[in-house]
Design a protein around this ligand. Structure first.
Ligand code: NAD
Length: 263
């Protein structure tokens, strides 16, 4: 029997956007556990970002927290520059930062539309563009991975399931799907793999009700085919697999991690 998988991301650097909370936080911790050097991008909550770096460092891992608004081009460039200054390069981007802003279309201002599109869709483009530039420049480092780089977009089941009062959000996630697929097609000959994860209902601060209210969570769980609400770690584990060489022949696809919700 071959040795069991061990530290599947050893020697690699992973940048996770919006990683002070929720899915990003769990992914940063899980990737560090798998041996990656981790960069934690955060928007404003420096205390929570520092908490994540402390958890990783206390466990013997490497982590750095960097503030950047991923919807701003110059800040994204600076973010990548700082990650590369710290660790030498970047091998894995988890484009996770995202927001929701519930509103009926006829009540939605242009500003409310653009804010969600700018963070979720344009932010993914800006981060992916910098990552692809770095992956192409560096090429493959065989000692760490068969691919020159991996991008994982944290999308949603709402990249294909419509959602009333969330047209800005669904448009951004639907946009991510074809952005991801087009980038994957373009980047595959350069040995760069790009995929999405489509979470269902996950217990994170983006869903304050199911975060705080155990009864609401239980009720929602019962409406999901697999009969539970998802945990951030459910997504983090899938992200590790997509970042590892175990998924080396997987690109341009969305992995739905939703307990069957999208069915
Ligand atoms: P979350 O609110 O805990 O995480 C989102 C993070 O993004 C926050 O830390 C926030 O500060 C950060 N962020 C927001 N705007 C940013 C910006 N401009 N620049 C940098 N960071 C910014 O919620 P989450 O559930 O962990 O969300 C993570 C991703 O998962 C999002 O893209 C969300 O759409 C997606 N998702 C979540 C669920 C769910 O049920 N929780 C379901 C489907 C998809």
């Amino acid at each position: 029997m071959e040795k069991l998988p061990f530290k599947r991301l050893k020697g690699q650097t992973a940048l996770i956007t919006g990683a002070a909370t929720g899915i990003g936080r769990a992914t940063a911790i899980q990737m560090a556990r798998e041996g990656a050097n981790v960069a934690i991008d955060y928007l404003s909550d420096s205390a929570r970002a520092r908490e994540v770096t402390k958890i990783i460092k206390d466990a013997g891992g490497k982590a750095v927290a960097i503030q950047a608004d991923i919807s701003r081009e110059e800040q994204v460039k600076t973010l990548f520059r700082k990650v590369i200054e710290t660790y030498g390069t970047v091998h894995i981007l988890v484009s996770n930062a995202g927001i929701q802003n519930e509103k009926a279309v006829d009540k939605m201002s242009l500003e409310e539309w653009q804010k969600v599109i700018n963070v979720n869709l344009t932010g993914t483009f800006l981060c992916a563009r910098e990552a692809i530039r770095e992956f192409k420049k560096r090429g493959i480092q065989e000692q760490v991975s068969r691919a020159a780089g991996k991008i994982i977009c944290i999308s949603s089941i709402h990249d294909q399931v419509p959602w009333a009062r969330h047209a800005n959000y669904t448009a951004s996630k639907g946009g991510i799907m074809l952005l991801m697929k087009s980038m994957a097609l373009e980047a595959a000959p350069h040995k760069i793999r790009i995929n999405s994860i489509g979470p269902g209902a996950i217990k994170t601060p983006i869903n304050p009700k199911i975060m705080k209210d155990a009864r609401a969570r239980e009720k929602l769980g019962q409406s999901i085919p697999y009969r539970r609400v998802g945990e951030p770690e459910d997504i983090a584990m899938a992200a590790v697999w997509l970042a590892s060489d175990e998924s080396d022949y997987v690109t341009g696809t969305t992995l739905y991690v939703d307990g069957g919700m999208g069915l």
